[in-house]
Write a protein that binds this ligand. Structure first.
Ligand SMILES: O=P(O)(O)O[C@H]1O[C@H](CO)[C@@H](O)[C@H]1O
Ligand SMILES: O=c1cc[nH]c(=O)[nH]1
Length: 233
């Protein structure tokens, strides 16, 4: 039991899927896990544990942005012994070739967040994916003929940018898409010696202006969840 998660230690698996949206966590538990049990409802930030192909897996909503997400990651790692953090999030495309509903695996996460500039004044830390989780996700996708993009993404502190052209400077450096948590998750994983990977589905395009509905963001990301569950040990 921790401040934000009212579970017993053994109720949470070593591998946890992390959607920002707690209702996506509920949908994942209902659609993909067997014998799923809700272990957390503090602040409505739902968490569930069940099995996938015989493996114990948990899924925990994190809320939006790095500060909220780091609370859950910190408690999952330090109070519940979690070893693998797999984010399953939505993202906005910065590239023409990255289309709505495409999947992006984040090899690294650039960021506008202050977490690492505060830690290393005058220097830069590069938050990166765990190589084993990355290879498992990439190999599974290839075997199943699921097309994925892999590369550098941006974890932003802002969903709504004041300057709508702000994204272009990141796009020029081949940043594939924007979301709001991965740089924090990769950093906290490195800090505690655990593994992390972010798998994202494109819900918006800054290029075409297309956007998925709230219902689609909650309940339509099956391909991404399949990759994440098959990446789990
Ligand atoms: O769909 P989730 O996982 O919440 O991720 C993305 O969606 C939220 C913004 O709508 C931010 O949390 C962003 O990172
Ligand atoms: O942070 C995010 C998440 C989804 N779509 C966006 O445009 N930005």
């Amino acid at each position: 039991m921790s401040i934000h998660i009212n579970a017993k230690k053994e109720e949470i698996a070593e591998t946890v899927l992390l959607p920002g949206d707690p209702l996506r966590a509920k949908w994942i538990a209902e659609e993909f896990l067997e014998n799923a049990v809700e272990y957390n409802n503090i602040r409505g930030m739902l968490g569930f544990t069940g099995t996938f192909q015989g493996k114990k897996v948990s899924v925990q909503g994190t809320g939006m942005g790095i500060p909220s997400t780091l609370i859950y990651c910190h408690e999952l790692i330090n109070e519940f012994g979690v070893k693998n953090l797999i984010r399953v999030g939505s993202a906005g495309s910065y590239q023409e070739k990255v289309k709505i509903n495409d999947i992006v695996i984040a090899m690294a996460a650039s960021s506008t967040s202050g977490i690492n500039t505060a830690r290393f004044p005058g220097a830069h830390f590069s938050p990166t994916a765990d190589s084993e989780l990355f290879l498992r996700a990439a190999n599974f996708s290839q075997r199943e003929n699921i097309a994925v993009h892999a590369g550098n993404i941006l974890s932003s502190d802002a969903f709504y940018e004041e300057d709508e052209n702000e994204y272009r400077k990141w796009a020029k450096l081949n940043i594939l898409c924007v979301e709001m948590e991965t740089a924090g998750i990769y950093t906290v994983a490195a800090q505690h010696g655990v593994s992390a990977l972010s798998i994202l589905t494109i819900s918006d395009s800054l290029i075409s202006g297309e956007s998925l509905s709230a219902e689609d963001r909650e309940r339509s990301f099956s391909k991404m969840i399949k990759i994440a569950l098959n990446t789990a040990e």
